[in-house]
Design a protein around this ligand. Structure first.
Ligand SMILES: [Mg+2]
Length: 124
C-alpha cells in the first residue's frame, strides 16, 4: 500500500533527523513532503491529501496544536493521521492535542522503534 508522509517542524535539521529515523525504522513512503510551520503545512494539506503527518508543536506562524484543530476542519484531512513529535511532555498538553484530533504523540528524543510502533497501525 503506497503512503504519503509530511514532516512539519521549524528546524530543517530536525526534519532531516526525523526523515533519517523514519528510514531506519523500515517504514516506507512513496512521497514525502516537508513544511516549516503549521500554516505552510495546512496549505499543502489543502492542495493534496497526505496519509500521515508528523508534526512538531512549537513553531512560529502557527503551532502544531493550532494546526491540528485547523486540519480537522478540512475535507482533505478527514483520513489523515497526525502524530505529534515534540519535546513537550506535559500530560495536559498531550491530552488536549489528542482531544483536538491528533492520532498519536512521540516525545523527543525518539528512536526508530518509537516511530515503527506509532506509525505501523496506520500503514495498511
Ligand atoms: Mg520547534
Amino acid at each position: 500500500m503506497s503512503k504519503t508522509l509530511m514532516i512539519v517542524d521549524d528546524s530543517a535539521t530536525m526534519r532531516k533527523i526525523i526523515m533519517r529515523t523514519i528510514r531506519m525504522s523500515g517504514l516506507e513512503f512513496d512521497r514525502t513532503e516537508e513544511a516549516g510551520n503549521g500554516l505552510e503545512a495546512l496549505e499543502k494539506l489543502k492542495a493534496d491529501p497526505i496519509d500521515i503527518v508528523l508534526c512538531d508543536i512549537n513553531m512560529p506562524e502557527m503551532s502544531g496544536s493550532d494546526m491540528v484543530k485547523e486540519a480537522r476542519q478540512l475535507d482533505t484531512c478527514k483520513d489523515t493521521k497526525i502524530i505529534m513529535v515534540s519535546t513537550e511532555s506535559s500530560q495536559d498538553l498531550i491530552s488536549s492535542v489528542m482531544a483536538d484530533g491528533a492520532n498519536g504523540y512521540i516525545t523527543k528524543p525518539f528512536t526508530p522503534e518509537k516511530f515503527q510502533e506509532q506509525l505501523s497501525p496506520f500503514m495498511s
